[in-house]
Design a binder for this molecule. Sequence first.
Ligand SMILES: [Zn+2]
Length: 441
Amino acid sequence: MNCVLAIDIGGTKLAAALVDEEGSILRSATRPTPRTEVMSALAALIAEVTEGGPAPEAVGIGCAGPLDLASGTVSPVNMPSWRGFPLRDEVQQLTGLPTVLAGDAQCFALGEHWLGAGRGCASLLGIVVSTGIGGGLVINGAPLLGPTGNAGHVGHMSIDPYGERCECGGRGCVERYASGPNMVRWALENGWSPTADTAGQDAAPRTEPAPHAEPTVQTEQPVRANDALHTEGPLRGGANSPGGSDHVDQGRSNQGEQGGVDHGDQGGVDHGDQSGGGHGEQGAGGHGDKEPGGEGPGDRVIGDREIGDGEAEGGGTGLRAVGSVPGSAAVTGGERADARALARDAAAGHPIAVAAFDRGTRALAGMIASTAAGVELTTVVIGGGVSAAGEVLFGPLERALDDVAGLAFVRAVQVKQSTLGVRAGLAGAANLAWQALRPAT
Ligand SMILES: [Zn+2]
């Protein structure tokens, strides 16, 4: 059987899979990202997933950034032992196969374009909203990576040239307004404190991630083509989820390692401590039109994805990114002041929490409209930990976009929620490899 080896490398988890041309996973395995000797762990993972299976024809790798495609090197923010690490050459030598590399958010976009919410669309922007904000572009079916692999860095597009200074050195970056930690920071500065979570505590126990625990490998057995897989699920997703801003349950089959997409740190973690200038408009209450614990995108999904328990690519802790809110109490009144609590309070109509999401989504809308105007996007797919907030994020985003976007082709852009979830990165890595083997003509 024809297949490629897809690899997804993040700050807390390494994942690998054999994927066929239709996007079905033949075998897969994951293990925690060790603090050191990452390449040894990756080699063991590759052996685990390939031994006894069909021989892959090529390798596609999605890796947390920064990376340099010209040299094939990576320096993931949360993997300090890899600085300028020649990942592409190492994997190529290890496997003896053609090996292609891209950023993890770029692979997210490519995966969603191939098999997910953006299937078949002409031009797609994938956005990962979690601790940071990452992105990737797929234009005419092909990834737009850029000469060094940094295209799609939408988290650091400026939506306000007079805005707050960003940790990247720029000013008014989207990430400064819309990442989980920054929304939390702004809310705390404006008087928010999390209300008691009376519903979700038991349902969503807050287990801390154990990224450096003893490796546990799960090797999937071969399955029938297109069949659902035991834990991972088929890469091809969304057959029952036609897209739109509907809320697709990506997390129900989570087993620990599937903790949310969270490829967030593409754009650099924004742990800055500058006090926020307020562009937010408070008092816009009444967006709490979906209670946590509702039919899918509510607390359950957030809890399932328990952002940061697994998939914190590049350190993204998404909705639970509380530790990165400098100068503010991690625990306020006994409740963790994290993006998960903020989303819960916004859903309940807490005015400051609602205003924080309004402010963040207005920044996202500005970026989306600008990108759409620049490259004529047809589709935007949003994943990452914060996207698990569902309507709390997508409702105000659609309203903001309606206000911000002007030209007809900009207004026509469709914003959808990720349907692949944590599998998007692997799907994109596989598609990257297939595109290298069989370039579109
Ligand atoms: Zn920036």
